[in-house]
Design a binder for this molecule. Structure first.
Ligand code: GDP
Ligand code: ZN
Length: 457
């Protein structure tokens, strides 16, 4: 079945692209297209842009002035014949072009269906397909790079390497089971243990990137805490002014809290805008102590703001109590005003953590805050290209399972358990890893993954 969809963000862009994929793509394209010089798109127009108009032949109506391109399979995104129509006339005409295509034999693509076809036709493996979802959602350039890296197959490559080690182990074990008496390649427990440890190391290495990957993918959950009037909103605005991240709206996601994304040298922060929840932005006052604790609990990072121009108050002590076990950055703000705060005393009750003194309204100290954020999480800048970063929760879960399998296998190897028992764990490990690249995966999981895409991808 030939499918079609609008594949650009609706309403934003100057041009809109309608994409058709499937064996009727060329026929449908030719039927609705009237070229100025070109009568009909043929193979020799493959991958060329052709100028003309889209016409509704039934009503004899001109729809839009367009460029059209025919791409012959299998050298296309889906590996099928594809036609793309680049419309100029804004959203109305893009929709009309799509309707025209649909009334001439194509069906509206489901979310992710183009990518699903690319996967099913062998162009992408599963982790690469998922990278496309992540790219659509990427909050910052760095997360985009991580997804791109994955798309280019670095995770798949790594997984393949690990699976090859496992396969070799399984093969050796099988030989020993099937031909116990012949002295070909008799597997030793030492060999198995060595290979098992190698697998374990590689898996642990991949998993250790998962936390960083989560941050790159979803942003660091950051909460700004402080009693009223200390300068929280001013801080948020100062950070947003320089670092606001471009967030593409993903259809279908609901947001129950107001959040802002900022990008600090590639680290996406998801700042929970407590001011957005109610009118007042005193977290404790508006949502109660328990709820405030919960919000703090869930945060990856707290920025606690104190006001140097006023004496310390009970609210300040409450905040210090709330953040005592959390990764947090302490700001002493309004240092341009006569100070009533004893910095040394504050330092003593926050366990000698560093205090950043700021005057947010005059722009002093915001850069120190940003540096501090970077230091807390990376002690240096993230080098996304240097290694494979696991950014996807599903991948992480599969890695965890695979690690459990190999740990069990290693334990049994050390205990000289019969090798056919060990083989079961090795096979499970191999299969669990295979689900990351989609080599071993059920139809139901596939549907779930591809349904997360937006239409047109
Ligand atoms: P919030 O209630 O914590 O969000 O505080 P706001 O950001 O709304 O700031 C309260 C007031 O303090 C505003 O009038 C700000 O202009 C002022 N303010 C914020 N930071 C500073 C600062 O560093 N120095 C001075 N003098 N005033 C500040
Ligand atoms: Zn405020």
């Amino acid at each position: 079945m030939t499918i079609a969809a609008i594949s650009t963000a609706v309403g934003e862009a100057g041009i809109g692209i309608v994409r058709i994929s499937g064996k009727d793509a060329l026929n449908i394209g030719n039927y609705i297209f009237e070229g100025n010089k070109v009568q009909e798109l043929k193979d020799d127009h493959n991958r060329k842009l052709v100028y003309g108009h889209i016409v509704d032949r039934q009503n004899n109506q001109l729809i839009d002035e367009v460029l059209i391109s025919y791409m012959k399979g299998p050298h296309t995104y889906t590996r099928e014949d594809m036609v793309e129509v680049y419309c100029h006339g804004g959203i109305i005409s893009v929709k009309k072009v799509l309707e025209l295509i649909l009334s001439n034999g194509a069906r509206l693509a489901e979310p992710g269906e183009f990518t699903k076809r690319a996967f099913l036709n062998g162009r992408l493996d599963l982790s690469q397909s998922e990278a496309i979802i992540d790219m659509i959602r990427a909050k910052t350039d760095k997360s985009f790079e991580a997804s791109l890296n994955q798309l280019e197959g670095s995770l798949s490559r790594k997984i393949k390497e690990i699976r090859n080690i496992l396969l070799e182990m399984i093969a050796h074990v099988e030989v020993s089971i099937d031909f116990p008496d012949e002295d070909i390649e008799e597997v030793t427990y030492e060999d198995l243990e060595k290979s098992g440890n190698k697998v374990k190391e590689e898996l642990e290495q991949l998993l250790s990137t998962a936390e960083r990957g989560k941050i790159l993918r979803d942003g660091l959950n950051t909460v700004i805490l402080g009693k009223p009037n200390v300068g929280k909103s001013s801080l948020l605005n100062a950070v947003l002014r320089e670092n606001r991240a471009i967030v593409t709206d993903i259809p279908g996601t609901t947001r129950d809290i107001i959040e802002e994304y900022v990008n600090i040298d590639g680290i996406p922060l998801r700042i929970i805008d407590t001011a957005g929840i109610r009118n007042t932005d005193d977290l404790v006052e508006q949502i109660g102590v328990d709820k405030a604790k919960e919000t703090v609990e869930k945060a990856d990072l707290i920025i606690a703001v104190f006001d140097a121009s006023r004496e310390m108050s009970d609210e300040d002590y409450e905040i210090i109590e709330l953040i005592k076990d959390k990764k947090s950055i302490i700001l002493l703000n309004k240092t341009d005003l006569p100070t009533k705060y004893d910095e040394a005393y504050l330092k003593s009750i926050i366990n000698n953590r560093e205090i950043i003194t700021t005057s947010i309204t005059s722009g002093v100290g915001v850069d120190l805050l940003e540096r501090s954020i970077k230091n807390i999480f990376y002690s240096g800048e993230v080098e996304v290209y240097s290694d494979t970063i696991v950014t996807n929760v599903r991948h992480k879960n599969q890695l965890v399972k695979a690690l459990q399998n190999i740990n069990q296998a290693i334990k049994d190897i050390k205990g000289n358990v019969p090798i056919d028992c060990i083989e079961v764990d090795l096979k499970n490990c191999w299969e669990n890893l295979g689900e990351i690249s989609g080599d071993t995966i059920g139809e139901d999981i596939l549907d779930k993954i591809f349904s997360e895409f937006c239409i047109g991808k």
